[in-house]
Design a protein around this ligand. Structure first.
Ligand code: 13P
Length: 246
């Protein structure tokens, strides 16, 4: 099992015009394993470009309810209506800057999956959690929140993204060995929680992935793709990472 998925998390960057131009440059490279996740206000512009191509389209967040009085929020079915196929859920920036809890994130993952989106569900430890050797318990807790009691027949569509917080935006990616160790741990936890479907679940690595380190990271047996921040805003770099995954 070594399918590759390269998702670009554009975070709070790009106006619709800038997003259209970036998506056009990426689409010109015809990547077969890419998902673009622009900000909400640029989703429609990117959808015009990705429609009819192999490129997936993702949002960076969603609410768990289908509709209602939730000012400022967007539901999974609304994202689908705009052409989305994927949604990032539980990114560490949502957890730390916007107070998202394991419980809230679990609701979002299941709601997105039920609506027909592929959730890119993020887990990962902070620097102090790594230094204090508590990363295993942190990641196990984050996984359990979503998968404990889950129906194993219904989990296949969830993609996990391991993003160590200390590697995000720092230029200090995990080494391939460090990342592979955690990916093996994640797969073992998933096996304990849901059994055999864990073998086929995609586990992406995220945190300072660039065209220089992508190939060695993606060659690890349990790294099935990447969630890319900064380098996804440069078409050439993002396409080089997509190519490294093939
Ligand atoms: P960087 O690639 O900029 O480190 O960001 C990673 C990330 O947060 C992707 O979701």
């Amino acid at each position: 099992m070594k399918k590759n998925l390269i998702a670009g998390n554009w975070k709070m960057h790009t106006t619709p015009q800038e997003a259209r131009e970036l998506a056009q440059k990426i689409a010109a490279g015809n990547p077969q394993n890419a998902v673009l996740c622009p900000p909400m206000t640029s989703i429609a512009a990117v959808a015009e470009i990705t429609h009819g191509t192999a490129i997936g389209l993702g949002a960076q967040n969603c609410h768990f309810e289908a509709k209602g009085a939730f000012t400022g929020e967007v539901s999974p079915s609304m994202l689908i209506a705009c052409g989305c196929t994927h949604v990032i859920i539980g990114h560490s920036e949502r957890r730390t800057l916007f107070g998202e809890t394991d419980e809230l994130i679990a609701k979002k993952v299941w709601s997105a999956l039920d609506a027909g989106l592929t959730p890119l569900f993020c887990v990962g430890e902070t620097l102090s959690e790594r230094q204090s050797e508590s990363w295993k318990s942190v990641i196990e807790r984050q996984l359990k929140a979503v998968f404990a009691g889950a129906d194993p027949d219904n989990v296949g569509g969830i993609v996990i993204a391991y993003e160590p917080v200390w590697a995000i935006g720092t230029g200090l990616a995990a080494t391939p060995e460090q990342a592979e160790e955690v990916h093996v741990f994640i797969r073992t936890c998933l096996h304990n929680l849901i059994g055999n479907p864990a073998s086929d679940m995609l586990i992406l690595y995220g945190g300072s992935v660039n065209e220089g380190n992508a190939r060695t990271l993606l060659s690890q047996p349990n790294i099935n793709g990447a969630l890319v921040g900064g380098a996804s805003l440069k078409a050439e770099q993002f396409l080089a990472i997509c190519a490294a995954g093939l």
